[in-house]
Structures are given as structure tokens and as C-alpha cells.
Design a protein around this ligand. Structure first.
Ligand code: IPE
Ligand code: IPE
Ligand code: MG
Length: 238
């Protein structure tokens, strides 16, 4: 009878959505078809997370290193982001899901930046779940940007004591709790520059399932696995 000491569901689930390219390759399709199929998986998982009453879901959709991919793939991904946020913001709002973004926006085309801003603003009052899209996100960049912010404030005369809390205040989304659970699909066992600062005590769940095949059921398996973990934070069990 272990039920009573199982962990509660995680507050923040973060997902490295990997394997779209291999999913397409297996079907002799262009990589972009894999990314399209990945968008359907996003819709399923957003629904599953909301049903599971997860308050924060973050999705790694484009890393600061993904600019190194072929030009057509990058522009195809940008078109998919455009389509998704333009078409889905209203539905997310109806479901009381707030959309937020983490990452540097300056390299994206202005029309996408505008669409992202609209999506954030139109869902700004939604409270049931926060959906965080990591777009042109890099964990090292985020830390560099935090250092820049701290330096700027200090030079402008503000007397800042530098501690962990100060650093956190200068991250992209300081109010979002650290991910309790980080899921990575497609069998790769690495962080690839995701949530570097925030991941220090995250639990990890890896699965060989490719992102377009990742279903609500697979998501529940990850949550189940999490509920059985023993998080010690460097301490000992009393
Ligand atoms: C993840 O799938 C999506 C993005 C990084 C945008 P990949 O495109 O990395 O798929 P694989 O790893 O090549 O299979
Ligand atoms: C990580 O996947 C980034 C996203 C899922 C957006 P990659 O496929 O880019 O990572 P690596 O290159 O295999 O580490
Ligand atoms: Mg990959």
C-alpha cells in the first residue's frame, strides 16, 4: 500500500520534443512532414496535461542551436510556428490556457514576433494552465542574458546583492517554478541546452518513442514514473 506516500503530480512538466526527423525518415517523407506530425502531438499533450491538472507545461520547440539546420527546414519550422499560434490561440484561450514564450525573439521575422505577442496578450488572463513555448531558447543564452540584466541594473546605480534569488529574477520567466519532470522523447539522453539553471533538481524521464508518436497515454506513463520518485535534494530520508 504505497499510495499514500506517492508524490503529488508535478507542477511543471518540461518536454524536449525530439524525433520528428527520424519519424519522417522511417516513412520516406521529408523532415518537415515529421515536424507537421509533431504539431498534432503537441495538441494531444496540451490536452492531456490540462486533464491531468498540470499547472505549467513547457515545450522545447526550437533551440538556439537549431539555426544550424538547412535553411528550408528552419523556414518550414517558422511557418509552422506562425500557423500554430495564429490558429490555436483562440482555442487555447477558450480552454483557459495562457501562452508564454522563453527565448530570444530578435532573430525571428517580425510577423512571427507580432503573432507571438498577440497570443501572449489574448491569453494573458487565462489561469488553468500555462503553456510555455521555448523558441530560439538556449539555457546558456538565458544565463548570459541574466548576467547582462544584472550588470545593466548595477551600472545604473542599483545596489544589487548577487545571490541565487537575484539570478532567478533575471531569467526569462522568473515566476515559473523549476521543472519537476523533464521528458525527452526519441531515445536521446541529453539536455541539449534546455532549462540549464532550472533543471538542477529536475527528475528525468526518457523514452524511445518518437515525438509524433507520443500520446496522452505515454504522457501518463511519465507522470506515473514521476510519482514514484524519491526527491531528496541532497538531504537524507528521515
Ligand atoms: C525535434 O525533432 C524538433 C526540433 C528540434 C525542432 P528533430 O527534428 O530533432 O528530429 P530528429 O532528432 O532529427 O529525429
Ligand atoms: C533539442 O533537440 C531541441 C529541441 C527539441 C527543440 P535537437 O534534436 O536539436 O538536439 P540534439 O542536436 O540532438 O542535441
Ligand atoms: Mg533531434
Amino acid at each position: 500500500l504505497k499510495n499514500y506516500d506517492e508524490r503529488p503530480i508535478p507542477s511543471h512538466v518540461a518536454i524536449i520534443m525530439d524525433g520528428n526527423g527520424r519519424w519522417a525518415k522511417k516513412r520516406h517523407l521529408p523532415r518537415l512532414m515529421g515536424h507537421k506530425a509533431g504539431v498534432n502531438a503537441v495538441e494531444n499533450i496540451v490536452r492531456a496535461a490540462k486533464e491531468t491538472k498540470i499547472p505549467f507545461l513547457s515545450l522545447y520547440a526550437f533551440s538556439s542551436e537549431n539555426w544550424n539546420r538547412p535553411k528550408e527546414e528552419v523556414s518550414g519550422l517558422i511557418s509552422l510556428f506562425r500557423l500554430y499560434f495564429r490558429n490555436k490561440a483562440r482555442e487555447l484561450k477558450e480552454n483557459d490556457v495562457r501562452i508564454r514564450f522563453a527565448g530570444r525573439r530578435d532573430l525571428f521575422p517580425q510577423d512571427l514576433v507580432d503573432i507571438m505577442k498577440d497570443a501572449e496578450e489574448s491569453t494573458g488572463d487565462c489561469r488553468t494552465m500555462q503553456l510555455i513555448l521555448c523558441l530560439n531558447y538556449g539555457g546558456r543564452q538565458e544565463i548570459v542574458d541574466a548576467i547582462k540584466g544584472i550588470t545593466r541594473e548595477s551600472l545604473s546605480g542599483k545596489d544589487l546583492e548577487i545571490n541565487e534569488n537575484t539570478v532567478r529574477q533575471f531569467l526569462y520567466l522568473p515566476d515559473v517554478p523549476d521543472p519537476d519532470l523533464i521528458i525527452r522523447t526519441s531515445g536521446e539522453l541529453r539536455l541539449s541546452n534546455f532549462w540549464l539553471w532550472q533543471a538542477s533538481y529536475s527528475e528525468f524521464y526518457f523514452t524511445d518513442v518518437l515525438w509524433p508518436d507520443f500520446t496522452g497515454e505515454e504522457f501518463q506513463k511519465a507522470i506515473q514514473s514521476y510519482t514514484k520518485r524519491d526527491r531528496r535534494y541532497g538531504s537524507v530520508k528521515t
